[in-house]
Design a protein around this ligand. Structure first.
Ligand code: IPE
Ligand code: IPE
Ligand code: MG
Length: 257
């Protein structure tokens, strides 16, 4: 995709390299419960305020030219939370989609989902499918919600499909696994952000993050703003990505000054 002068100017104003923006950023949105507890409120209050941070992340992704943004919204393990919290999260998902989708559409955002949606309440499934359908031709940003998602679930599903496909095990290649993941067709994230100071991956995109750079911030998710997103991208741009090889000469020389 060509980079417009406005986009270059915006990146320069944020001290970002317009030619080195990650194509795909994945975020583990964590810390809603602690954010609420700090205010003497119920956990659900944190989730409700987390929606503001989702808006900020989407806006920052659009402005900086990120093409895919994946948000970990509900893990397969999150079903083990109290029933009231799970119900509140599902209700919040529906009400947020109802409120926000026309705005997302206006911005050219294509909504997608990855995870086992069939286990979600029917009202959720219906609203998600409606939003996916109404935004399917948009192409400024793909916003991928990981819902009832976990990496081990996804890898087990992919393995089942491959075993049923009749493929000779000796012919199995990494690309076959890629093609059977919930993220099939989407490039791997170059940058993974986790908020709230936790330094773990919690069953999120284990395969796809094989060579991603990780950015951990103590900021609790409801406080995560656009500047935090640009901080993460700057951090990413200062890393040396090696992919198991050696640094390219130009890069090494520029690093040595
Ligand atoms: C992240 O915040 C939101 C979801 C997992 C749905 P948490 O609810 O995990 O908040 P903490 O980690 O308890 O603070
Ligand atoms: C990861 O956060 C899942 C989501 C952000 C949806 P958790 O809060 O559930 O993860 P753990 O339990 O701290 O590892
Ligand atoms: Mg958490």
């Amino acid at each position: 995709m060509s980079i417009s002068p406005e986009h270059r100017e915006f990146c320069a104003s944020k001290n970002l390299d317009a030619d080195g923006i990650p194509q795909h950023v994945a975020i583990i949105m964590d810390g809603n419960g602690r954010w609420a507890a700090e205010r003497g409120q119920q956990r659900v209050f944190g989730h409700m305020n987390g929606v503001n941070a989702v808006r900020s992340a989407v806006e920052a992704a659009l402005r900086s030219g990120v093409r895919y943004l994946t948000l970990y919204a509900f893990s397969t393990e999150n079903w083990s939370r109290p029933k009231e919290e799970v119900e509140a999260l599902m209700d919040l998902l529906v009400s947020t989609l109802v409120k926000e989708v026309s705005d997302l559409e206006g911005k050219g955002v294509r909504l997608r989902a990855m995870g086992d949606l069939t286990a979600l309440p029917e009202a959720c499934q219906a609203e998600i499918n409606k939003s996916i359908e109404s935004t399917k031709n948009l192409d400024s940003l793909d916003l991928i919600l990981a819902l009832n998602y976990s990496s081990k679930w996804e890898l087990v599903e992919a393995t089942k499909q491959l075993m049923k496909s009749g493929l000779d095990p000796d012919d199995l290649e990494a690309s076959h696994i890629d093609a059977h993941l919930a993220s099939a067709g989407i490039p791997d994230p170059e940058l993974m952000i986790r908020t709230s100071g936790e330094h773990r991956i919690s069953n999120f995109m284990l395969w796809q993050l094989a060579y991603a750079e990780f950015h951990f911030t103590p900021v609790l998710w409801p406080d995560f703003g656009q500047e935090d997103f640009y901080d993460a991208v700057r951090d990413y741009q200062n890393r040396d990505r090696r992919f198991g090889g050696l640094l390219d000469t130009n890069h090494t020389m520029s690093k040595q000054g």
